[in-house]
Design a protein around this ligand. Structure first.
Ligand code: DC
Length: 223
């Protein structure tokens, strides 16, 4: 049976995960958060006390990680590392920066490719990340490139961190977003870029509801 896949790519803080999760629930599809998979590898690298920029050392420690992507009864994605649920722990800002560094290594991207493709073979999915439309699911039924200005993305990230009880100053968040943008768009393997056939959705001036409506409209037109 053929499954339907919707690929959503874009820079960090563009609202991909919140929107993708909500749209997936409305369509009855599974939401696959590929950033969480990279974050789990980053968490493993941090725990192993390996320098995330040292490609050889990172590649060598990959087989020692037992990584699992599971879904709870409510359809929420969980990541487990060596049997421990790390879904919450991988959201810390230091894990974000480490994930950005490790995701630049070809060894890491190749290692995670099949896990992501498998998720889309078995279920209708909304999958978000950086290279879903370009590399992971080049034949996705719908491709969307979601973006917003760096200032707006930093503001959104700030309120997210406040809600989680781990506030950070705006300037620091903005600097980190800009650093991750640089890492993600300038790396040589699978850099963040809009696929030629992806629809561009800029949410700088849109609130959550408006962004969701726009996203659903794009999907309806394609499917
Ligand atoms: O979406 P996120 O912030 O949780 O992603 C964490 C990091 O992982 C981000 O800096 C880029 C990387 N990433 C990637 O390279 N490719 C993906 N498909 C998803 C995330």
């Amino acid at each position: 049976m053929d499954t339907i896949s919707i690929a959503i790519d874009g820079p960090s803080g563009a609202g991909k995960s919140t929107l993708a999760r909500s749209v997936a629930a409305k369509l009855g599809y599974r939401y696959v958060d590929t950033g969480a998979i990279y974050r789990t590898i980053a968490y493993h690298v941090m725990r192993s006390r390996v320098d995330p920029r040292d490609e050889e050392a990172v590649a060598a420690c990959l087989p020692r990680a037992s990584l699992e992507l599971t879904y709870d009864a409510g359809g929420l994605q969980h990541m487990s590392l060596d049997g421990e649920d790390v879904t919450e722990a991988i959201r810390l800002p230091e894990v974000s920066l480490c994930a950005s560094a490790v995701s630049a290594h070809p060894a890491v991207r190749t290692y995670l490719l099949e896990m992501q493709r498998r998720a889309a073979r078995t279920h209708d999915v909304v999958m978000d990340g950086r290279d879903i439309g370009t590399v992971v699911l080049p034949d996705a039924d719908v491709k969307i490139y979601l973006t917003a200005s760096a200032q707006v993305r930093a503001r959104r990230r700030m309120s997210e961190l406040e809600q989680r009880g781990t506030p950070e100053p705006f300037e620091k968040i903005l600097r980190e977003i800009e650093e991750r943008d640089r890492n993600d768009t300038q790396r040589s393997v699978s850099p963040l870029r809009r696929a030629a056939d992806a629809v561009l959705l800029d949410t700088t001036e849109l609130d959550f509801h408006q962004s969701e409506e726009a996203l659903l409209q794009i999907i309806k037109e394609k499917i």
